[in-house]
Ligand binder design. Sequence first.
Ligand SMILES: [Zn+2]
Ligand SMILES: [Zn+2]
Length: 391
Amino acid sequence: MHAADDPRYGRFALRTDCPACGSHLPVNGPARAVDCADCGETVEVPDQLVVALLDAFEEAWPDAERAGSSTVGDITWRWTASPVEPTETSEATPVYDAPDWLRRAIGSAAAVLGGDPDQRRPPGGDRPVALTCPSCGAGLAITSERARVTPCDHCGSQVHVPDAVWRVLHPAHKVLPWFVRFNGESRKTRAARLRREAQDRESRSAREREEQRRAEALRAEGERAEREQRARQARRRRLWITLPLVAAVWSGALLAAGLTAMFGVWLALGPNAARLAGLKPFESLLVGNGVALVAIGVLVPTWILGIGTARFYGGYPLLAVVAWAIVMAVLCAIPFAGLVFALIFALLFLRGREPTVSKDERIPVLASAPLALVYATITAIAHLAYVGIDF
Ligand SMILES: [Zn+2]
Ligand SMILES: [Zn+2]
């Protein structure tokens, strides 16, 4: 594992065999063409080959030690790539910017060190070599510009330049190591960093979500506590106001019912009532009517208190409660038919279904039962009064 990520260096070698003469042909840098030292053939080096070589290196860095071959068209190229420490490149000259076509393909490839991308001739390669024409004996000055088989300047016959002379003029290209400096994060480091950042983001957002959830739960808990507190206060208030009301309604309803029963008995006894009670007839009439009046006198405030109780317990709009109570009272006050209504109402009341009473489980029995009694009493009074008038 190389410590240095940015910049990082790779050593590369690329070579093939000349397609014209088969001699060894090294490519000493990211060149687009090389000349064969033996036959002078110009061989194009595909851009994609160099790009793929550097791209694979970058993709694999830091484990980018590779060797292999690639065939493009009908030429097979052999290559090696290996990561190196910066110190290994210190002697490498020249140093120049990576060519534009390469930088466009591999953005991180910043500079090339060493090698010999132009396949320059060593100094002295251009000095002419003296040769004698084997045909006319004239002296010939052969330079590296001349072809392998070159015409004599004097007799015009074709002269084959001997191997030794040719080799001096065209020294074989040596394989020179060349390096590429890559700037910026390596792909693996970058990928690791992005992964780490994504994880950080993920865990941060998870933490935020968790905090949000806790805050939400806390708020909900607070709201629930507050709601319960309010409900408790409301229950207490209802208890203190409505329990005395319920007691009053119960007492009133029972008293009115009792007096009504007495009035009923007095009506049933008729003239015998005065004799049984040891009263004079007009006194008996006074007592009987008095009992009826007191019963009604108790019944009306009891009924009003009952409405108030239903209102407090049920929390229904006052107008609705009063309107409903009046309708029921009127229906109950109809002789004969009132009996049926009173029966139905009593049933509804006892089941806690009538609409003026709270939905609270305990309340309907407290508030409804005396009201049912009140309506039954109203029915009884109306009925007895009707029968009594006849009587
Ligand atoms: Zn060649
Ligand atoms: Zn000649």
